[in-house]
Design a binder for this molecule. Structure first.
Ligand code: SF4
Length: 333
């Protein structure tokens, strides 16, 4: 009987094929597109089909270079702010969400808004609004300057304090220790976030948890899969862009879980052959904004280097699909 990679999950054991070279790739599953990214990209594609180019998109629709370049070639025009969009034109808001002030300025310019904010980001916005209404201090764990954090904080600027990393905990001040809640960005490292929460709770024992996980299912599932395969790997390659929070977290999680090295690549061409010296097992995964075609490119390149055997490491099956935004849904007949 061949040896197996037992990930401790029923049905997830993978037979290890004896290869002449001993070289193999472990391919994480789930990886790549999440339901929110899928919906956001399809929203822009449908808007282009329905209205023709140009369709304006505020910020990168999702944080992936290839996706943005492809949509730009098809006629999407990416802008930083709504005042760059001609009055009355169509504008799509990205998956990361926007602050209410952005909706306001779009309305002032009479823009036709198609909001592709991921419903799981909207959920965090709603939590922020609700706790602000109840006059809580909201400790928002996230990365300063990230679009999602700007959008969420913008729902209740008077109540939200950003906690960007464990070192920021000491500086937090609250008005009433009985009315404090933490919320988070959806794409953080689960372990690091729990460490920050622990530190916050030492300072504020009555700190409340969010009503449900803010770190989304896709972020959590991709981290779990990487953790399962990383101890077997001398190298983990994460396909994703540098500005993609969840992709960068996957590199950190791979290193933390025992991979000897881990690198982020946008394309197969970014792979440095020197990374493969002395390596027999390469782990491959991709961030939630990465189309599968880019992973295929990486696998083909690895095969050229002698890593032709690919074994899938499955830790969850994802079936979630979000309906398209109302403004772009096909009409019912
Ligand atoms: S990573 Fe999570 S929150 Fe972000 S778009 Fe995907 S499902 Fe939504």
């Amino acid at each position: 009987m061949p040896p197996t990679v037992n990930m401790g999950i029923p049905g997830a054991s993978t037979p290890l094929v004896d290869t002449p070279t001993g070289k193999r790739v472990l391919l994480a599953e789930p990886r790549g597109y999440c339901a929110g990214v899928d919906r956001a990209v399809e929203t822009v594609e449908r808007a282009l089909e329905k209205h023709g180019a140009p369709v304006y998109v505020r910020h990168e629709i999702v944080h992936n270079r290839h996706v943005v370049d492809t949509l730009a070639k098809a006629g999407a025009v990416f802008v930083d702010e709504t005042d760059e969009v001609p009055e009355g034109a169509i504008v799509v808001f990205s998956a990361h969400g926007v602050a209410p002030s952005v909706h306001q300025s779009a309305a002032e310019r009479e823009l036709q808004v198609i909001d592709a904010t991921c419903p799981l980001v909207t959920k965090v916005h709603n939590e922020a609004k609700r706790y602000a209404r109840d006059d809580y201090d909201i400790l928002l764990i996230g990365h300063e300057g990230h679009e999602e954090v700007i959008g969420t904080a913008g729902e209740a600027p008077e109540h939200v304090q950003l906690v960007d990393g464990p070192d920021a905990v000491a500086a937090v001040t609250v008005r009433d220790e009985n009315k404090v809640v933490w919320l988070s960005q959806t794409t953080l490292s689960v372990d690091e976030t729990m460490d920050i929460v622990e530190r916050l709770r030492q300072r504020f024992p009555k700190l409340q948890d969010p009503p449900s996980d803010d770190i989304c299912y896709a972020t959590q599932n991709r981290q779990t899969a990487v953790k399962a395969m990383a101890p077997e790997c001398q190298l983990v390659i994460v396909v994703g862009s540098r500005n993609s929070s969840n992709s960068v977290r996957l590199v950190e999680v791979a290193r933390g879980a025992g991979a000897a090295s881990a690198h982020l690549v946008d394309y197969a061409d970014d792979i440095d052959p020197a990374w493969l010296d002395q390596v027999t097992t390469v782990g491959v995964t991709s961030g939630a904004s990465v189309p599968e075609v880019l992973v295929r490119g990486v696998l083909e390149r690895l095969a050229d280097y002698g890593f032709g055997v690919v074994q899938q490491v499955t830790t969850a099956n994802e079936t979630l699909v979000f309906a398209l935004p109302r403004e772009i849904r096909p009409a019912r007949h």
